[in-house]
Design a protein around this ligand. Sequence first.
Ligand SMILES: [Zn+2]
Length: 75
Amino acid sequence: MNESAPRPPTRKPVRMCVRCQRVTDEPVVVAEVHQGSGPGWNVYACPECAPRFPPVPDALDLLGDGRRRHEGRAD
Ligand SMILES: [Zn+2]
């Protein structure tokens, strides 16, 4: 008789701002991180910090840019 179901998502999910580490109930997605396997995740910032982020479509694209180049020239 225990209701072990997880809490239903609230209307305003709170997220921690990746920049100022402040919890905000109005998170703004500033980056999307994609993994080769498995689901990716979003990077959130508070509305105050969000405008300070440059438009980065994929953070891993920047990190793996050099690597990807090498892989492209395997031979
Ligand atoms: Zn912030």
